[in-house]
Design a protein around this ligand. Sequence first.
Ligand code: ZN
Length: 204
Amino acid sequence: MEIKRLSSDFLDSNTFVLTKGNECLIVDAGVKFSVIKTFIGNKKVVGVFLTHGHYDHSYYLEEYLKGFNCLVYASKNILNTLNDPKQNYGENFVVKTFDKIIFLEGDGEIKCGEFLIKYFSTPGHSKCSMCFKIEDNFFAGDTVFEKGIGRTDLNGGNVKEMVISLEKIKEIPFEMLYSGHGDASSYDMQRRNLNAYLRYLTRK
Ligand SMILES: [Zn+2]
């Protein structure tokens, strides 16, 4: 499996394209459709997985849906974020197409084309935050960054939920962690990062 990180020009977020043979899976939708399409070419997109509904991760979702004619997989809590600019932080941004979204709840596993995706509900940065593990790769959205964690002070953010989510992630083995912004990080780097932030968030 190949992983390509594409960064959005004005949204400053990462969108990932995972390729296996002739199939691609996309994580998040913050990079222009034309850029993604150029990279993917004629390969088949089997699904788009959204780490959460903030506009910088979902802005081009409807273009992807039209262009790739695929399903979207996201938290069951994402609707209220995608259809409300106060929640997704895009000025006048709303997603209108919901009939192609498969809603995920809790933690579990789903097959999508040739890809096997483990999904984890990880609220804290937003109510609809999810992380995805595909092979040894962990896609953390805005829950965990290379050096840091996601904000908990936005609408739908919650420190207590973030602590529970970080504790959960700490127990999951992975090789590399790919964040919604910035660079990827190794498991060892994340042991230190997660421990430091858990200490900070749970300080007395
Ligand atoms: Zn976010």
